[in-house]
Design a protein around this ligand. Structure first.
Ligand code: BES
Ligand code: MN
Ligand code: MN
Length: 488
């Protein structure tokens, strides 16, 4: 095995399995602050330039025009995993974009961690609002600006570099399996199929994911809940062709007006969703649980200031942090129809469309909610129009344990590097595959992310702090160390 220290390379015998234990090399250079920090200090420029390489490839899974780029990203990740020391690295084809798999089995008796991440990114639009090219990464004020910088190339790549670090310093105390997919941002449908077909290959003790965030750089947290999702497209059709709005206006249904009225009907004056049965299965937290949640540091003033809002908005009777984590939502993500070009065109469009998402909480079911939405939407449509309801992807909500060995390992790891014990928090975002990992593989996930809400993921000028990137690389080796220790 080659060792690189301060750029000078020296070689020691290949040390594996029994040999390694006899040598007790691990005790000599056991995971320690000095080993980790000096390795990062020596290699951080390269860690950044390698991430930049990935960020330059526009791996937008939603848009077929980027198809070759998405495939190319998988190839690059394969090469990076091999270079970092992974074995059996392969590109697993799917009906869509491939999954990159790789592993390092140190000793079958040691616990196995399955690392999940995604190499696909959201579309960069609206492109004109970016201060620099979405696929031309730059560092400004200590932040890496690029689509995917945080979600999830930056966070996923921390794991590859932390793995390299552990290989090079011979401090890897667990077996690792990597599974990096390219369709997270479009619903992970093919990953579901892959997981079901490869249960043996994916056998592990826990799943480790960095695709979430922390409260602030000085307030570490670990995500213990994600919301589910029902995503639906609707089409409202009025007249069979676009009409002159003078000749026909007032006498026929305008599908855009009708669609707006229908959407408005879906919430009451308390901002509760009016779909019958929508709240039936919603998990009700106890007063104690809500009080515990309310302890997480949060400033409403800063929240409003960061978003340039004079007031907040949401379901009556719940705090902002409850509204965006333990309560379900219904939001229009896009709405279109008619004339939106330059100047004015007097027209009643034949069709109107909207994309609507509902975030779900435990124990709502995505399929059931989608059906309830469809029934309700159809029932409130006036006879003057016809409607079509087209479900897109969905995903189930999930709560992960915060007393497991793996959670404790993550907590200790973050405490070691942030100097503060992380707070368990429920997030409002969704990673649909996490619930599936539990049902299909029987595995819990640890959501040890390092992003910030202010990183603007999915928005123009997405960024990721260099601090957060390096902090992740520093923290991950501690997770393995403590997970191995606590599992013994
Ligand atoms: N990484 C995000 C989810 C996330 C971000 C969770 C921050 C918690 C904190 C993920 O890539 C994502 O964007 N998921 C989508 C769902 C998917 C089906 C498109 C989402 O939440 O909208
Ligand atoms: Mn993500
Ligand atoms: Mn995302």
């Amino acid at each position: 095995m080659d060792y690189y220290k301060n750029n000078c390379k020296f070689v020691v015998l290949s040390l594996n399995g029994e040999e390694k234990r006899n040598f007790n090399l691990r005790d000599m250079i056991a995971t320690s602050n000095t080993t980790i920090n000096s390795y990062i200090e020596t290699h951080k420029e390269r860690f950044l330039s390698e991430l930049f390489e990935l960020l330059r490839i526009p791996s937008v899974s939603a848009d077929p025009k980027y198809k070759n780029d998405v495939f190319r990203t998988a190839d690059v990740i394969k090469e990076k995993l091999i270079a970092a020391g992974a074995d059996n690295v392969e590109i697993c084809p799917t009906a869509g974009y491939p999954i990159v798999y790789g592993e390092k089995i140190v000793d079958p008796k040691l616990p196995t961690v399955l690392v999940y991440g995604h190499y696909d990114v959201q579309p960069p639009d609206p492109i004109e609002l970016w201060h620099s090219g979405p696929f031309e990464p730059v560092i400004k004020d200590g932040k890496i600006y690029a689509r995917g910088a945080c979600d999830d190339k930056g966070q996923m790549y921390m794991h590859v570099k932390a793995f390299e670090l552990m290989m090079q310093t011979n401090t890897l105390d667990c077996n690792i399996k990597f599974m990096i997919e390219g369709e997270e941002e479009v619903g992970s449908d093919n990953l579901g199929t892959f997981v079901k077909a490869n249960k043996e290959k994916l056998k592990a003790d826990v799943i480790l994911i960095s695709d979430t965030g922390i409260i602030a750089n000085d307030i570490p947290s670990i995500t213990v809940g994600l919301r589910g999702l029902s995503y639906i497209e609707v089409e409202v059709t009025g007249p069979s062709r676009d009409l002159h709005s003078g000749l026909y206006g007032g006498a026929v249904a305008n599908p855009i007006n009708i669609l707006c009225e229908m959407i408005a009907k879906m919430k009451d004056d308390k901002n509760r969703i009016t779909i019958p049965g929508f709240y039936d299965d919603v998990e009700i937290l106890s007063d104690e649980e809500r009080a515990e949640m309310a302890k997480a540091p949060f400033s409403l003033d800063e929240y409003k200031k960061a978003l340039n809002l004079s007031d907040i908005h949401g379901e009556a009777g719940y705090s902002t942090n409850e509204r965006n984590s333990i309560r379900p939502t219904l939001d229009v993500n896009g709405i279109w129809g008619g004339y939106t070009g330059e100047g004015a065109k007097t027209v009643i469009a034949s069709k109107a469309y909207a994309k609507i998402s509902m975030r779900l909480v435990p124990h709502q079911s995505s399929e059931k909610i989608t059906q309830l939405f469809k029934d309700y939407f159809e029932s409130i449509a006036p006879k003057s129009v016809t409607v079509k309801v087209m479900p897109h992807h969905g995903g189930e909500p999930v709560v992960t344990p915060h007393n497991s060995v793996a959670y404790k390992a993550a907590s200790k790891a973050m405490e070691s590097t942030f100097g503060k014990k992380p707070i368990p928090v429920r997030s409002g975002g969704s990673i649909p595959i996490v619930a599936m990992f539990k049902t299909e593989l029987g595995l819990d996930s640890v959501l040890m992310g390092f992003g910030l809400d202010s990183d603007a993921i999915h928005s123009p000028n997405e960024h990721y702090g260099v601090f957060n990137y390096l902090k992740g690389i520093e923290t991950i080796p501690y997770f393995y160390k403590y997970y191995a220790e606590l599992s013994r």
